[in-house]
Design a protein around this ligand. Sequence first.
Ligand code: ADP
Length: 491
Amino acid sequence: MRIMHIAAEYAPIAKAGGLGEVVVGLSRELTRYGHQVEIILPKYRWISTDGATLEYPSLPCQEQGRPHDARIWSLEVEGCLLHLIEPLGPDAYFDRDAIYGFPDDAQRFIYFSLAAVEYLKRTQATIDIVHLHDWHTALVAPLLRGPFAKELSVARIVLTLHNLEYQGKCAAWDLDRIALSSSSFPPHTFEDPTDAHDFNLLKAGLLYADAIVAVSPTYAEEICTPQGGWALDPHLRMLRSKLIGILNGIDYTLWNPGKDPFYSAHYTAKDSMQTIRAAKKSLQKQLIARFGLNPEARPWISAVTRLVPQKGIALLQHALHETLAQGGTFLLLGSSPIPTIQQEFDQLKKTFQHSNQVFLYYQYDEALAHELYAASDFFLIPSLFEPCGLSQMIALRYGTIPIVRATGGLKDSIIDYEAALTPSHQRNGIVFQEATPDALAQALRRAFLLFREETTTLQWLIRHAMQLDFSWKRPAMEYMRLYQKVLNTRT
Ligand code: ADP
């Protein structure tokens, strides 16, 4: 199959969260089966074009009735072929210092969607599957089936929902910019479900995709309910027959405790428990020295996360207090795009500036993330909702036991180590149900007990966690089955 992903992220060169890891992990696995997989991605400022091929010095594209051409580069990264779109207009849409978070994000990705389709048109490619990701590229679906339908040969469109909270709400005139007339589509195609004056790019994409994938089976259920549907649930219920849940995997090349490029004390699932413990201890020792932490304060409870409401902001703070009360060390790596939340955490840092049992660091830091996954004893994910979540799978791979709230993909991947009704080989972490301080505290107390009194159980859990397979093998098979199914379905 020839599969063309169109996405805003591709790890590690363009990663803001899980989306970038999914695109690279899935693409790389699909190429192993002989499929021709390519990715269309914005050319962000920091992506170097050294070694890239200039495919088109100036691909014609229109915006606001004026030429807004794009330069197209092709570049092989992580074993896959990327086509990078570099807009040449004055707005410098991707020549900025971050992937998202600008007031003109909708315009940036509307332009990107149009340029991606113009690029496909120019190459005259015959494509089996165009695979879109989230609202950023959802507009490609109506573009392909609307104004470009006769000019392009794209058999089927798949749209993966990584997080329904973000929908690409914009004003009607944002589509005017690329001369896309909503009146040439059935009524209400673009209409936002909460405000009829707004447009909603994701919703239009849902309507035109041949298949919709939610990133876990539980999330596929949750988004069809008013509690989890972000007002799109009536549409998703209507489209239920083309919605499926596929739990993501993680890329075992990017996440490998045996060969991690960010630290030297390597260990693998095949090592003895003694070797694993010695490696983790040596990593902790280095971090203790670097951050001035108390070597006696164990276990280490860590979190690496975007600080947004979804991730359970209040619960993270409760966890800090509870960890201190129990005598452990709390480590948090994360930053917030929301100023009020960032201020709250800045305040927290001030409060605990003299504590040698707390480490709070508010940057995006890939190297430190790897070190924390490897060095910690437990990894905390108290999300209010979580479409899939990758960090629990990464933690398992590094022999760090996840403590999670049972929601979305966390529920599908982590089973409590004491779940009596589940066979023991499926149990792999600590799970709490309610998003309350009490439930969280109870989970943390169990973690401390496990660490201090039930060392044999903990050792079994660590080894077992590292041996589990959360690679892309299984999800890639499920995606291939889905691609084949939609290709075989008459429209
Ligand atoms: P989401 O996509 O909602 O942010 P996921 O669990 O799917 O959550 O993926 C998050 C990814 O981003 C993980 O690989 C995690 O390690 C990484 N990450 C989050 N915050 C940071 C940070 N501050 N520094 C480095 N990596 C981070």
